[in-house]
Design a protein around this ligand. Sequence first.
Ligand code: VAH
Length: 308
Amino acid sequence: KILLIGACGQIGVELTLALRKMYGDANVLASDLREEHDLLKGTGPYVSLDVMNKEMLHVLVIRHNITQIYLLAAILSATGEKNPLLAWHINMQSLLNVLDIAKEENLDKIYWPSSIAVFGPNSPAMDTPQHTIIEPTTIYGISKFAGERWCEYYNHRFGVDVRSLRYPGLISYKSAPGGGTTDYAIEIFHEAKEHKKYTSFLAENTYLPMMYMPDAIRATIELMESDASKISVRSAYNLSGMSFSPKEIAAEIKQHIPAFTIAYEPDYRQQIADGWPDSIDDSLARNDWGWKHEFDLSKMTADMLANI
Ligand code: VAH
Protein backbone atom coordinates (compact mmCIF):
# COMPACT_ATOMS: atom_id res chain seq x y z
CA LYS A 1 0.00 0.00 0.00
CA ILE A 2 1.36 3.42 -1.00
CA LEU A 3 1.45 6.54 1.19
CA LEU A 4 1.80 9.78 -0.75
CA ILE A 5 3.00 12.72 1.37
CA GLY A 6 2.36 16.18 -0.07
CA ALA A 7 -0.62 14.97 -2.10
CA CYS A 8 -2.08 18.45 -2.55
CA GLY A 9 0.96 19.95 -4.23
CA GLN A 10 1.63 20.54 -7.93
CA ILE A 11 3.16 17.07 -8.41
CA GLY A 12 1.31 15.35 -5.55
CA VAL A 13 -2.20 15.75 -6.97
CA GLU A 14 -1.30 14.26 -10.36
CA LEU A 15 0.92 11.53 -8.93
CA THR A 16 -1.85 10.48 -6.52
CA LEU A 17 -4.40 10.25 -9.36
CA ALA A 18 -1.96 8.32 -11.61
CA LEU A 19 -0.97 5.87 -8.85
CA ARG A 20 -4.64 5.28 -7.96
CA LYS A 21 -5.37 4.48 -11.60
CA MET A 22 -2.51 1.97 -11.64
CA TYR A 23 -2.84 0.30 -8.24
CA GLY A 24 -6.46 0.92 -7.26
CA ASP A 25 -7.90 3.84 -5.29
CA ALA A 26 -7.89 2.09 -1.91
CA ASN A 27 -4.19 1.18 -2.24
CA VAL A 28 -2.99 4.78 -2.36
CA LEU A 29 -3.35 6.75 0.88
CA ALA A 30 -2.99 10.45 0.11
CA SER A 31 -1.81 12.85 2.81
CA ASP A 32 -0.93 16.50 3.22
CA LEU A 33 -0.75 19.21 5.86
CA ARG A 34 -3.50 21.02 3.98
CA GLU A 35 -7.09 19.94 3.57
CA GLU A 36 -7.87 17.60 0.64
CA HIS A 37 -7.50 19.10 -2.84
CA ASP A 38 -10.79 19.19 -4.80
CA LEU A 39 -9.40 16.97 -7.56
CA LEU A 40 -8.64 14.24 -4.97
CA LYS A 41 -12.04 14.32 -3.22
CA GLY A 42 -13.87 11.03 -3.71
CA THR A 43 -10.95 9.34 -5.45
CA GLY A 44 -9.52 7.49 -2.45
CA PRO A 45 -8.45 7.58 1.22
CA TYR A 46 -7.02 10.85 2.58
CA VAL A 47 -5.43 11.76 5.91
CA SER A 48 -4.07 14.98 7.36
CA LEU A 49 -0.37 14.42 8.11
CA ASP A 50 2.57 16.52 9.29
CA VAL A 51 5.61 14.69 7.90
CA MET A 52 7.76 16.54 10.47
CA ASN A 53 6.04 14.51 13.23
CA LYS A 54 8.08 11.31 12.93
CA GLU A 55 6.15 9.42 15.64
CA MET A 56 2.79 10.18 13.98
CA LEU A 57 4.17 9.18 10.57
CA HIS A 58 5.57 5.93 12.01
CA VAL A 59 2.23 5.01 13.62
CA LEU A 60 0.38 5.80 10.37
CA VAL A 61 2.77 3.59 8.34
CA ILE A 62 2.19 0.65 10.71
CA ARG A 63 -1.57 1.15 11.10
CA HIS A 64 -2.20 1.36 7.34
CA ASN A 65 0.27 -1.40 6.36
CA ILE A 66 2.20 1.03 4.15
CA THR A 67 4.84 -0.63 1.95
CA GLN A 68 5.88 2.34 -0.22
CA ILE A 69 6.19 6.09 0.47
CA TYR A 70 6.29 8.88 -2.12
CA LEU A 71 7.54 12.04 -0.37
CA LEU A 72 6.53 15.12 -2.38
CA ALA A 73 6.41 17.70 0.43
CA ALA A 74 9.06 20.44 0.13
CA ILE A 75 9.70 24.18 0.16
CA LEU A 76 10.72 25.21 -3.38
CA SER A 77 13.49 27.53 -4.58
CA ALA A 78 11.89 30.98 -4.53
CA THR A 79 10.02 30.49 -1.25
CA GLY A 80 13.07 28.85 0.29
CA GLU A 81 15.19 31.95 -0.21
CA LYS A 82 12.76 33.92 1.93
CA ASN A 83 13.26 31.62 4.93
CA PRO A 84 16.40 29.50 4.40
CA LEU A 85 16.56 27.80 7.80
CA LEU A 86 12.90 26.79 7.69
CA ALA A 87 13.30 25.45 4.14
CA TRP A 88 16.40 23.47 5.17
CA HIS A 89 14.66 22.09 8.27
CA ILE A 90 11.50 21.01 6.41
CA ASN A 91 13.22 19.65 3.30
CA MET A 92 15.80 17.65 5.27
CA GLN A 93 13.88 16.46 8.35
CA SER A 94 10.95 15.23 6.24
CA LEU A 95 13.32 13.08 4.16
CA LEU A 96 15.26 11.78 7.19
CA ASN A 97 11.98 10.82 8.89
CA VAL A 98 10.89 8.86 5.82
CA LEU A 99 14.25 7.17 5.20
CA ASP A 100 14.59 6.08 8.83
CA ILE A 101 11.05 4.67 8.97
CA ALA A 102 11.69 2.90 5.65
CA LYS A 103 14.71 1.23 7.27
CA GLU A 104 12.88 0.47 10.57
CA GLU A 105 9.83 -1.01 8.83
CA ASN A 106 11.74 -2.51 5.90
CA LEU A 107 9.47 -0.74 3.37
CA ASP A 108 9.62 -1.97 -0.23
CA LYS A 109 10.35 1.33 -2.03
CA ILE A 110 10.66 5.07 -1.42
CA TYR A 111 10.35 7.90 -3.96
CA TRP A 112 11.75 11.35 -3.29
CA PRO A 113 12.19 14.10 -5.94
CA SER A 114 15.41 15.98 -6.47
CA SER A 115 15.81 18.82 -8.96
CA ILE A 116 18.07 20.37 -11.56
CA ALA A 117 18.35 23.05 -8.86
CA VAL A 118 21.21 20.98 -7.37
CA PHE A 119 23.42 22.39 -10.16
CA GLY A 120 25.00 25.82 -9.76
CA PRO A 121 26.89 28.46 -11.80
CA ASN A 122 30.06 26.29 -11.86
CA SER A 123 28.31 23.27 -13.41
CA PRO A 124 28.46 23.03 -17.24
CA ALA A 125 25.39 24.97 -18.45
CA MET A 126 24.71 22.95 -21.61
CA ASP A 127 23.87 19.23 -21.49
CA THR A 128 24.78 19.17 -17.80
CA PRO A 129 26.05 15.65 -17.09
CA GLN A 130 24.90 13.31 -14.30
CA HIS A 131 28.28 13.53 -12.55
CA THR A 132 29.84 17.00 -12.55
CA ILE A 133 30.62 19.96 -10.33
CA ILE A 134 27.62 20.43 -8.05
CA GLU A 135 27.62 23.66 -6.05
CA PRO A 136 23.98 24.70 -5.50
CA THR A 137 23.44 28.38 -4.64
CA THR A 138 19.89 28.17 -3.26
CA ILE A 139 18.84 26.56 0.01
CA TYR A 140 16.37 24.49 -2.01
CA GLY A 141 19.24 23.22 -4.21
CA ILE A 142 21.48 22.63 -1.17
CA SER A 143 18.72 20.63 0.53
CA LYS A 144 18.07 18.60 -2.61
CA PHE A 145 21.77 17.83 -3.05
CA ALA A 146 22.15 16.89 0.62
CA GLY A 147 19.01 14.79 0.29
CA GLU A 148 20.53 12.94 -2.68
CA ARG A 149 23.57 12.09 -0.54
CA TRP A 150 21.29 10.76 2.25
CA CYS A 151 19.29 8.65 -0.25
CA GLU A 152 22.47 7.07 -1.61
CA TYR A 153 23.70 6.50 1.98
CA TYR A 154 20.51 4.77 3.14
CA ASN A 155 20.58 2.63 0.00
CA HIS A 156 24.21 1.53 0.29
CA ARG A 157 24.34 1.35 4.09
CA PHE A 158 20.90 -0.07 4.93
CA GLY A 159 19.55 -1.40 1.62
CA VAL A 160 16.60 1.02 1.48
CA ASP A 161 15.28 0.98 -2.11
CA VAL A 162 14.95 4.76 -2.48
CA ARG A 163 14.73 6.22 -5.99
CA SER A 164 14.89 9.81 -7.19
CA LEU A 165 14.77 12.09 -10.24
CA ARG A 166 16.24 15.55 -10.78
CA TYR A 167 13.07 17.10 -12.17
CA PRO A 168 13.37 20.10 -14.51
CA GLY A 169 10.84 22.91 -14.11
CA LEU A 170 7.42 21.23 -14.28
CA ILE A 171 4.47 22.71 -16.12
CA SER A 172 0.89 21.67 -15.43
CA TYR A 173 -2.64 22.99 -15.12
CA LYS A 174 -4.33 20.71 -12.56
CA SER A 175 -2.76 21.97 -9.35
CA ALA A 176 -1.04 25.26 -8.59
CA PRO A 177 2.77 25.28 -8.27
CA GLY A 178 4.32 26.06 -4.90
CA GLY A 179 6.77 28.94 -5.11
CA GLY A 180 9.21 27.84 -7.79
CA THR A 181 11.44 29.92 -10.05
CA THR A 182 10.13 28.10 -13.12
CA ASP A 183 6.51 28.97 -12.26
CA TYR A 184 6.56 31.78 -14.84
CA ALA A 185 6.03 29.06 -17.46
CA ILE A 186 2.71 28.17 -15.79
CA GLU A 187 1.57 31.72 -14.99
CA ILE A 188 2.12 32.77 -18.61
CA PHE A 189 -0.61 30.41 -19.85
CA HIS A 190 -3.21 31.67 -17.36
CA GLU A 191 -2.36 35.31 -18.07
CA ALA A 192 -2.36 34.75 -21.84
CA LYS A 193 -5.79 33.17 -21.69
CA GLU A 194 -7.32 35.72 -19.27
CA HIS A 195 -5.55 38.97 -20.21
CA LYS A 196 -3.67 38.28 -23.49
CA LYS A 197 -0.54 39.67 -21.83
CA TYR A 198 2.07 38.62 -19.26
CA THR A 199 4.94 40.30 -17.45
CA SER A 200 7.71 37.73 -17.01
CA PHE A 201 9.83 37.79 -13.83
CA LEU A 202 12.66 36.17 -15.82
CA ALA A 203 14.51 37.92 -18.67
CA GLU A 204 13.62 36.97 -22.25
CA ASN A 205 16.65 34.76 -22.99
CA THR A 206 16.66 32.79 -19.72
CA TYR A 207 16.90 29.20 -20.93
CA LEU A 208 15.83 26.55 -18.41
CA PRO A 209 15.26 22.78 -18.55
CA MET A 210 11.51 22.16 -18.50
CA MET A 211 9.07 19.26 -18.69
CA TYR A 212 5.33 18.84 -19.12
CA MET A 213 3.72 17.17 -16.08
CA PRO A 214 2.43 14.08 -17.95
CA ASP A 215 6.06 13.26 -18.87
CA ALA A 216 7.23 13.81 -15.27
CA ILE A 217 4.51 11.56 -13.86
CA ARG A 218 5.27 8.84 -16.39
CA ALA A 219 9.02 9.09 -15.69
CA THR A 220 8.36 8.71 -11.96
CA ILE A 221 6.21 5.62 -12.40
CA GLU A 222 8.55 4.06 -14.99
CA LEU A 223 11.49 4.55 -12.60
CA MET A 224 9.56 3.05 -9.69
CA GLU A 225 8.37 0.11 -11.80
CA SER A 226 11.88 -0.67 -13.09
CA ASP A 227 13.69 -3.74 -11.80
CA ALA A 228 16.11 -2.65 -9.05
CA SER A 229 18.96 -4.27 -10.99
CA LYS A 230 18.57 -1.60 -13.70
CA ILE A 231 18.99 1.33 -11.28
CA SER A 232 22.62 2.48 -11.40
CA VAL A 233 22.01 5.89 -9.76
CA ARG A 234 20.93 5.95 -6.11
CA SER A 235 21.35 9.71 -5.67
CA ALA A 236 18.96 11.11 -8.32
CA TYR A 237 18.78 10.64 -12.11
CA ASN A 238 19.14 13.62 -14.41
CA LEU A 239 15.86 13.90 -16.31
CA SER A 240 15.17 16.07 -19.33
CA GLY A 241 12.31 16.94 -21.63
CA MET A 242 12.87 20.31 -23.31
CA SER A 243 14.55 23.67 -22.76
CA PHE A 244 13.11 27.04 -23.64
CA SER A 245 13.24 30.74 -22.76
CA PRO A 246 10.40 33.14 -21.92
CA LYS A 247 10.80 34.60 -25.41
CA GLU A 248 10.33 31.19 -27.04
CA ILE A 249 7.29 30.14 -25.03
CA ALA A 250 5.72 33.57 -25.66
CA ALA A 251 6.21 33.10 -29.43
CA GLU A 252 4.63 29.64 -29.21
CA ILE A 253 1.61 31.00 -27.31
CA LYS A 254 1.30 33.83 -29.86
CA GLN A 255 0.66 31.21 -32.54
CA HIS A 256 -2.54 30.33 -30.65
CA ILE A 257 -3.38 33.81 -29.28
CA PRO A 258 -2.09 36.32 -31.86
CA ALA A 259 -2.94 39.31 -29.68
CA PHE A 260 -0.72 38.02 -26.82
CA THR A 261 2.09 40.31 -25.71
CA ILE A 262 4.87 39.80 -23.15
CA ALA A 263 6.92 42.25 -21.04
CA TYR A 264 10.00 41.47 -18.91
CA GLU A 265 10.60 42.65 -15.34
CA PRO A 266 13.27 40.33 -13.85
CA ASP A 267 13.12 40.07 -10.06
CA TYR A 268 15.14 38.17 -7.39
CA ARG A 269 14.32 34.91 -9.12
CA GLN A 270 16.49 35.90 -12.09
CA GLN A 271 19.71 35.20 -10.21
CA ILE A 272 18.36 31.81 -9.11
CA ALA A 273 17.61 30.94 -12.75
CA ASP A 274 20.99 32.25 -13.92
CA GLY A 275 22.72 29.68 -11.70
CA TRP A 276 20.82 26.76 -13.22
CA PRO A 277 21.66 24.81 -16.40
CA ASP A 278 20.24 25.64 -19.80
CA SER A 279 19.88 21.95 -20.70
CA ILE A 280 20.40 18.54 -19.11
CA ASP A 281 22.02 15.31 -20.32
CA ASP A 282 19.73 12.48 -19.18
CA SER A 283 21.39 9.68 -21.19
CA LEU A 284 21.82 7.55 -18.04
CA ALA A 285 18.03 7.47 -17.45
CA ARG A 286 17.51 6.66 -21.14
CA ASN A 287 20.09 3.85 -21.05
CA ASP A 288 19.28 2.36 -17.61
CA TRP A 289 15.47 2.23 -17.69
CA GLY A 290 14.42 3.38 -21.17
CA TRP A 291 13.36 6.95 -20.39
CA LYS A 292 12.01 8.96 -23.35
CA HIS A 293 10.11 12.25 -23.15
CA GLU A 294 7.02 12.81 -25.33
CA PHE A 295 6.09 16.50 -24.98
CA ASP A 296 7.96 19.30 -26.71
CA LEU A 297 7.14 23.02 -26.43
CA SER A 298 4.52 23.12 -29.20
CA LYS A 299 2.70 19.95 -28.05
CA MET A 300 2.69 21.18 -24.43
CA THR A 301 1.48 24.66 -25.39
CA ALA A 302 -1.44 23.28 -27.37
CA ASP A 303 -2.41 20.94 -24.50
CA MET A 304 -2.08 23.63 -21.80
CA LEU A 305 -4.19 26.16 -23.71
CA ALA A 306 -6.82 23.50 -24.46
CA ASN A 307 -7.14 22.59 -20.76
CA ILE A 308 -6.89 25.76 -18.66
C1 VAH B 1 11.54 25.42 -8.57
N1 VAH B 1 9.88 24.17 -9.84
O1 VAH B 1 11.45 26.30 -9.39
C2 VAH B 1 11.03 24.02 -8.96
C3 VAH B 1 12.10 23.21 -9.66
C4 VAH B 1 13.93 23.20 -11.37
C5 VAH B 1 12.86 23.99 -10.73
O2 VAH B 1 12.96 22.65 -8.75
O3 VAH B 1 12.02 25.61 -7.50
